[in-house]
Design a binder for this molecule. Structure first.
Ligand code: FAQ
Length: 317
């Protein structure tokens, strides 16, 4: 299709709030923005398994252990749907792995913090999955069809994750003084990093304006962050915990909670690969990829064998 015609058809799809599909013409920038964002999202789901897998063997009860195992497994599934969505844009899964392993593609800043106590499983479910859902609900309406559809199942599963996290926090907050202190300590460490998950302020965000125009993003970084703060502060109060922000104040006029300044130096250092456990996360991922090479080879050989068998059966019949 001639580009002008392609551009017109693309603009009409966006204007009508319909979905762009893999077969449709799309601007190069739209394609590369989606590859960047979906890949970063997929990598986050997979790297995000590490901090929680760290606690599976030390879960306090069999029930908590089964729930946590199911959650970590869900994250692997989310990575798979998202890698499949990225592949529809013309990049292979192997290329995506290579870009992650060599540090040329990112994953969410939040997974560069260590999980120091069992309470961190509660804080991650409640705060990190809570922030992820706030972002992903709007992504169910993103303009690229395969990405939007992948988000539907992911959002359902993330809701379960957030609830299991809040349930852990509730148990700890209603427990002994020591348990309550663990819950407060986890909130102290995860609160600010979870606010950073939404990305830089709108004025500092190079991609927001174009991504909003293409309807890849439906809501800006700051708007989502504010919605999240307004939802989460009362939940912390219900638990009897304190948000670690001396400037936190409810604005009666706007009906919003106002927060103090976010430490953007910490955010950018983390995003650039100098987070608390950035090197360990990538080293572990590369090790798992290398050790899984024989599984991928065996699966590929098996699929090739099945294909040649069905072809020779077709010829024989
Ligand atoms: N971390 O111009 P913007 C989860 C980068 S899923 C690292 O605002 P954009 C589930 C950004 O890439 C969590 N980098 O960019 C789970 C850009 O860099 P570049 C992941 C960040 O794309 C739970 C630069 O800063 N979710 O947690 C971050 O328009 C529990 C400028 O930023 C998604 O990925 C960050 N936080 O907006 C799993 C959702 N923020 O490429 C396991 C999809 C910004 O120019 C356990 N992604 N950057 O070098 C998005 O919605 C968007 O990509 C944003 C950023 C909102 C993250």
């Amino acid at each position: 299709m001639h580009n002008d015609t392609g551009q017109q058809a693309f603009d009409a799809i966006i204007e009508a709030d319909e979905k762009v599909e893999p077969r449709d013409w799309m601007p190069d920038g739209y394609r590369s923005t989606l590859i960047r964002q979906i890949a970063q999202h997929a990598h986050s789901e997979v790297i995000g398994m590490q901090p929680e897998a760290n606690w599976i063997t030390r879960a306090p009860t069999l029930l908590r252990k089964s729930i946590l195992t199911a959650k970590v497994q869900d994250e692997a599934g989310h990575g798979l749907y998202l890698y499949s969505a990225a592949e529809t844009l013309g990049i292979s899964r192997d290329e995506l792995q290579e870009l992650l392993h060599s540090g040329r593609q990112k994953y969410s800043s939040i997974f560069n913090y260590p999980t120091l106590s069992w309470a961190d499983m509660g804080a991650i479910g409640w705060l990190v999955d809570g922030a992820a859902i706030m972002n992903q609900i709007m992504l169910q309406r993103t303009s690229y069809g395969p990405y939007a559809r992948a988000m539907v199942k992911i959002c359902k599963e993330e809701s379960f994750h957030a609830r299991q996290g809040y349930s852990i926090m509730m148990t700890l907050a209603q427990g002994t003084e020591e348990q309550k202190a663990l819950a407060q300590d986890a909130l102290d460490r995860w609160w600010w990093p979870s606010l950073m998950m939404f990305g830089p302020h709108d004025a500092e965000s190079p991609h927001t304006e174009q991504s909003m125009a293409w309807k890849i993003k439906r809501v800006t970084n700051d708007e989502l962050r504010q919605m999240y703060i307004d939802q989460t502060v009362p939940q912390a109060h219900y638990l009897g915990l304190t948000i670690p922000d001396d400037d936190l104040v409810f604005d009666e006029e706007t009906g919003h909670w106002n927060i103090g300044p976010i430490d953007w130096d910490e955010f950018w250092a983390t995003v650039k690969g100098n987070g608390r456990v950035s090197r360990e996360r990538i080293a572990h991922k590369v090790k798992a990829w290398d050790e899984g090479a024989w599984v991928r080879e065996a699966a590929t050989a098996y699929a090739a064998k099945q294909r040649s068998r069905s072809e020779s059966e077709k010829e024989a019949s």
